[in-house]
Structures are given as structure tokens and as C-alpha cells.
Design a protein around this ligand. Sequence first.
Ligand code: ADP
Ligand code: MG
Length: 228
Amino acid sequence: MVRPVAAHPVVELRDLTRTFPGPVDALRGVNLSVESGDYVSIIGPSGSGKSTLLHILGLLDRPTSGEYLLDGHPTGKASEGDRAALRGGRIGFVFQSFHLLPQRTVLDNVLLATLYSGVPRAEREERARAALDRVHLGHRLSFTPATMSGGERQRVAVARAVVASPKLLLADEPTGNLDTKNSAGIMDLFDELHADGLTLVVITHDAAVSARAGRRVRITDGDLQEVS
Ligand code: ADP
Ligand code: MG
């Protein structure tokens, strides 16, 4: 299949740095272009700048210098409100520690992600059910995360991340709390989402997870290097 050439990358980082007080140079002038439909893994050891990079990609943090274009939109000078609007519906997040509400049902956890979307409740519920079907948890709607395995919890978190039909999924160590079998299950799920057209950036320190991606980028001490 020939994919149409996108007008602009989903993500474009230009000579981007992030310095923390210390000073710590967490990112040292990185360049990265992620095209629509790419599946990119970013692998590197602890402290190499992975989470810093992901927070900037998700508009949760701002770079010290350089530019980040999301979907062609410059983000550097944008107000917090404009950044939230840029993020909303465009980016889904998956974290290592799930960040679910353990005592609310699976359906509620996914529904809450679209609470302020302006979409009517019935439509939101339909989308939440569809998202849970996509992660093969359509039969667990009334369960609570507190009673589920780590692998199932992460599936709920993936459903929540895709319920608003984002263009870009950002995952920070999504298998960090899972055993080998459950890790493989989440990776299978990411393969399925990728096949459906989602653009993925997955941060990991696990070579088995990185191997699943179409593009591998290594991060060492705040520097990016394309591996394949
Ligand atoms: P990784 O996710 O690869 O383990 P991080 O991006 O969390 O790495 O951190 C990269 C570097 O930046 C580390 O040296 C870390 O200590 C430092 N760092 C990250 N966040 C902060 C912060 N909020 N304040 C100060 N230093 C930070
Ligand atoms: Mg990290």
C-alpha cells in the first residue's frame, strides 16, 4: 500500500534542549521527525532523558530552547490554553503505573477521559465501549481495576488513551510494571493500533519492546541517535 505523503510530520523537534536546575542537560539539542503512521521506539538507560522527552512531546513540559511542531503547529510560544487545545483529542498517553481510578469501573475510567469533550453522554459511552472492545476488554466493563491484573489494567489505560481517537499515542515505559507475558500482550495491542493507522512513540528500556517498532531511536545522555 502506498501511503499518501503527509503535508507535515506529526512531530518535529528542532535542536531542542531541556536544562534543569543544577544544571542538568537532560536533552542536548535533539532533532526528531515522526511521520503519520510511524511506530517509533526510544530506548535508553535510566536518567538518559526519556521521560523529559516524552513530557515535552505531550506538551506537559516546555523545552529550554529549540522548537517543537505538533502536527505542523509551533508550540513554543503558545499559551497553556492553546497547548491544551492542541493536545486535546490529538495525543493519548500511557504511563508505566497505569494512573487509573482503582475503585471506579473500567467503563467509568475510560468515560472520564472524555468528560469535557462536549460530546453527549450516550455518544461518549458508545466510544468508551468501542475503545474497550479494541483492547479486548469489552466483557469487563463493570469490573474495577483494583480486582484486575497488571496486564488488564494497562489495557484499560490504553483504551482510555485512544477513546478520543488521538493521532499520536505516547507511552512511557508501558511494560515497566508487567511480566514478560503481559508485556507481550501490550506490545501485540500496540501492533494492532499501529495497523489501524495510529502513530506511536514508545519509550522503553526493554530491547524486546523496542524491537517491535518500525523505527528505533537510542537516547544516551540527552542525545538521540537513529538505530534503524
Ligand atoms: P529517564 O526517563 O530516561 O530515566 P529523565 O528524563 O527522567 O530520564 O531524566 C533525565 C535527567 O534529567 C536526569 O539526570 C534527571 O535527574 C534529570 N531530571 C529530570 N526531571 C528533572 C526535574 N524535574 N528537576 C531536575 N532534574 C530533573
Ligand atoms: Mg523515565
